[in-house]
Design a protein around this ligand. Structure first.
Ligand SMILES: [Zn+2]
Length: 463
């Protein structure tokens, strides 16, 4: 009787338990993707989210994991046909790179399209003697051939490792050294997940002070810089504290920037102004000038500040032409990096960042913390001098020019620059009169003169 009862209880117990186990396993399999849904786009910077699962803390090296993962993999595959993008369901991770700067280290994971991701921070595991880690799971993604782990060893981070964690999830693991704080945000075109790591590094990273890209820190893992044209003035001593300046012509290549009704493209007119400005800075102020581009090529926004950081630039000036919905809007305005104060500015930032208003507000959420590193006061000062000088020059020669003043905005191209950096909106391509001017070499020259004057004033004020 007791035996029978025991057996019956056992059978009932198993009957109840087994389906439960199956459900638990299914949940386990689905949760990474679901979790990503929930957390993608969440406010970045929340450190140490614990999943409570064993797998994230496991060392990723692992063919070991694959056996256990296969059941989950099969289920993920089954789930795929429901994906709306049936033809190519996976985003491809095309690049894993890093830049070691004096103030921070940047990691960029570039994909061929937008993908959801989540990130977690893990403390040092005493048992496994593993370093603290930060890892990012990118869902619906595969690794493109040739994308490999990178050794960083700059005192903040040791390594960045990348692996196909499951059939649809790519995991990037950063082995931390002295990193204390970090920010995660995204860039568009190409979609990139950016991790900026800060901390008190032991190893000293100095900016390259000597001319020449070849003298950059060995740890910086620098790709050959595309379209960087260096012009150097050796006959004249550089002025005071400012020796090297990066002049950035906005947009280029497949990104035309703003388009005028008369057919002008921002990328063309701003290149002309930038080339003129570069020549003047070299000839008249004796500065080292690095152009982010000197031809019609596409350069990623994150690449532009990376160039400035890599060459140890003292100033960064990005040249643009504006566009507004109203064709009557015209004038000159200069920006430095900060949160947008008005909807209009947020709209312009979305335009210049090649992204949406929603993305701009996500960037703003992390910007607030990121900005502690940036030379905001110096940038505001530089913006002030340049805005005044450009307006002064242009208004002296042309009628009806408006001084729209110095403003603040969340521009990707300025994020991560470790030197005073500004973005000049020289005139509105959406305004008929200003479009005609922007195309005119005399106007381009005049604007370049104005920016030069502003930089000269800024340098003079530092003494
Ligand atoms: Zn632009």
């Amino acid at each position: 009787m007791t035996k029978k009862l025991c057996l019956l209880i056992f059978i009932i117990f198993m009957a109840l338990l087994l389906p439960g186990m199956a459900i638990a396993e299914q949940n386990g399999a689905k949760s990474p993707a679901r979790d990503a849904e929930h957390h993608a786009g969440k406010k970045a910077g929340k450190a140490g989210k614990k999943t409570g699962k064993a797998s994230p803390s496991r060392k990723k090296k692992s063919g070991k994991v694959s056996g256990k993962k296969s059941a989950k993999t099969a289920k993920l595959k089954k789930a795929l046909p429901r994906d709306p993008e049936k033809a190519a369901p996976f985003a491809l991770v095309k690049e894993l790179r890093h830049w070691s700067n004096p103030d921070y280290t940047r990691i960029a994971v570039a994909l061929d399209r937008e993908a959801k991701f989540e990130f977690h921070r893990l403390p040092r595991n005493e048992e496994l003697q593993s370093s603290p880690r930060l890892y990012i799971d990118i869902s619906g993604a595969k690794i493109a051939p040739g994308v490999k782990d990178i050794t960083i060893g700059d005192g903040l981070l040791k390594k960045a490792r990348i692996a196909q964690f499951s059939s649809g999830t790519v995991r990037v693991v950063l082995d931390l050294d002295s990193m204390k704080d970090y920010k995660v945000f995204t860039f568009s075109d190409p979609f990139s997940i950016i991790i900026d790591a800060k901390g008190d590094r032991q190893t000293e990273i100095t900016r390259a002070r000597e001319p020449g890209i070849s003298t950059l820190p060995a740890t910086a893992a620098i790709k050959p810089l595309p379209a960087v044209e260096k012009t150097r003035e050796t006959a004249r001593p550089a002025i005071g504290k400012i020796r090297r300046i990066v002049v950035d012509a906005g947009h280029g290549g497949h990104d035309p920037g703003a388009l005028g009704a008369g057919g002008s493209r921002e990328k063309d007119v701003v290149l002309q102004i930038a080339l003129r400005l570069a020549r003047k800075l070299k000839e008249e102020l004796g500065l080292d000038v690095v152009l982010t581009r000197s031809t019609d090529v596409f350069i990623e926004l994150k690449e532009r500040t990376a160039i400035a950081n890599q060459v140890g630039a003292d100033l960064f000036v990005s040249i643009h032409a504006n566009a507004a919905l109203s064709r009557n809007t015209n004038g000159i305005e200069t920006y430095y990096l900060n949160l947008a104060k008005t909807e209009k500015v947020a709209q312009l930032a979305a335009q210049e960042n090649g992204t949406t208003l929603e993305k701009v507000s996500l960037l703003q959420a992390v910007l607030f913390d990121l900005m502690a590193n940036y030379k905001l006061n110096d940038s505001a000062h530089l913006a002030d001098e340049v805005q005044k000088a450009v307006y002064h020059r242009v208004a002296a020669k042309y009628s009806g020019v408006k001084n729209l003043g110095v403003k603040q905005g969340p521009f990707y191209v300025l994020v991560g620059a470790t030197m005073p950096s500004i973005l000049v909106e020289t005139a509105f391509l959406s305004n008929e009169k200003e479009e005609a001017r922007l195309k005119d070499p005399a106007y381009q020259e005049c604007t370049a003169e104005g920016v030069l004057d502003g930089i000269r004033e800024y340098i003079a004020s530092l003494k």
